[in-house]
Design a protein around this ligand. Structure first.
Ligand SMILES: Nc1ncnc2c1ncn2[C@@H]1O[C@H](COP(=O)(O)OP(=O)(O)OP(=O)(O)O)[C@@H](O)[C@H]1O
Length: 376
């Protein structure tokens, strides 16, 4: 019997562990993990014989990663599907692949990450030995209290944040972890002023901070910057990287027209990208390079606080560590306050003073080091 489109859609979604209720949502209303599963469902809809996947598990928590890995294995055997997958995650590769091809660049040999080993052995960026969740005494910084954010769709309401409290003292680095869909991005977007909460308060150094970004002063807009999970969210595909970096410099009157090229070059340099990348478009950059360009865009306004959403999720261990090293360097040299959302508790634990766990729309407690966000 030929399934009706609705049934077929439902079955595809179930196959990819997506609740049927999401069928009526727009992609922008899905969490990062849900969007990845949706992309997989879309690819499967045409009943392909060969599936080419680019980092299909990036940004997923450990439980979802295992589910997707098992699903790919099952589809491969049950449907005779050939799966070709690019991945930085050796664990996924080990569970999924019959054959592995390792690619290397001329100057950077392929170095597989061994689970359980230090993140990048020998690198200056190896997690620092700091007592986890050590008490810190820093100025007030950004504080959020009792945030409620609900999304309504066709009579169904989803409470993404249900009384979330959060504090990022000035100069601190704070991690936020939690299972996929628990509201991490929603919390960051609310702090950034991009998502209006139904209730709750935000303060900056003890003074009220308007929730919507458009009601914040130009100076506050400059001081708080958001680096999205998908760098393309910050990089307009129709603009060169140079034009993207010049825009906030112009809008916030950071430098005049004459100094613009030098400042754009300086921003690229600060994130370890060559100056001639100013002439490239986002699609001409690798994932890691795009992530750096996205950070450079956020740095253009000389912010005091960077809210980073899964900025390392699609990067290999060495590049992920390099990006976090860069953020740690910026924190030290520019007195930046950092908030890092990530599933990789082990990784961000080495770069933050405190890692919070988000569950049921609330920040429930500091996460223990090495705690698996998915098991929370
Ligand atoms: N604009 C929106 N409209 C409707 N629902 C939304 C919207 N934005 C987020 N949601 C829902 O709110 C929940 C939390 O989403 P959010 O993106 O904050 O999760 P997350 O913890 O960042 O997930 P991930 O780790 O997968 O990126 C999800 O169930 C998502 O479907």
């Amino acid at each position: 019997m030929v399934a009706t489109p609705t049934k077929a859609v439902e079955r595809l979604m179930a196959d990819c562990h997506l609740p049927a209720s999401l069928a009526h949502h727009r992609p922008g209303a899905l969490s990062g993990g849900q969007q990845r599963r949706l992309a997989l469902a879309r690819a499967l809809a045409r009943r392909p014989e060969v599936l080419l996947l680019d980092e299909p598990t990036a940004g997923l928590d450990a439980a979802l990663r295992d589910e997707i890995t098992a699903l790919l294995r099952r589809l491969a055997t049950e449907h005779g599907l050939a799966v070709v997958m690019a991945s930085h995650d050796p664990d996924v590769v080990e569970k999924c692949a019959d054959m592995v091809v390792a690619l290397a660049t001329g100057d950077a040999p392929y170095a597989p990450y061994v689970p359980g080993a230090p993140y990048v052995p020998g690198a200056p960026s190896a997690p620092r030995s700091r007592p986890p969740n050590a008490p810190i005494t820093l100025p007030e910084g950004l504080r959020a209290e009792n945030l409620h954010v609900a999304f309504s769709h066709r009579g169904h309401t989803h409470q993404a944040l249900a009384g979330a409290d959060f504090h990022a003292p000035t100069g601190s680095a704070t991690g936020i972890t939690g299972p996929s869909g628990c509201g991490k991005t929603t919390l960051l977007r609310t702090l950034a002023g991009l998502q209006a909460p139904q209730s709750g308060t935000l303060t900056w150094d003890g003074r009220p901070l308007p929730a919507p970004v458009r009601k914040r002063s130009r100076d506050m807009q400059r001081r708080i910057q958001f680096v999205p999970q998908n760098p393309l969210g910050a990089l307009n595909p129709a603009r060169t990287i140079g034009a993207t970096l010049a825009r906030p410099l112009r809008l916030h009157r950071i430098v005049g027209v004459r100094e613009m090229p030098a400042r754009v070059g300086g921003l690229l340099d600060a994130v370890g990208l060559p100056g001639d990348f100013a002439h490239r478009y986002p699609h001409e950059l690798s994932g890691g390079q795009r992530q750096r360009a996205s950070i450079a865009r956020a740095l253009a306004t000389e912010p005091d606080l960077l809210l980073c959403d899964e900025v390392t999720s699609a990067l290999d261990p060495a590049t992920a560590t390099a990006v976090l090293d860069l953020l740690a360097h910026l924190r030290a040299t520019r007195q930046l306050t950092l908030v890092l959302v990530s599933h990789e508790t082990d990784l961000i634990g080495g770069y933050t003073d405190t890692v919070h766990l988000l569950r049921g729309g609330r920040v429930v407690r500091p996460a223990a080091p090495c705690e698996d966000a998915a098991s929370a």
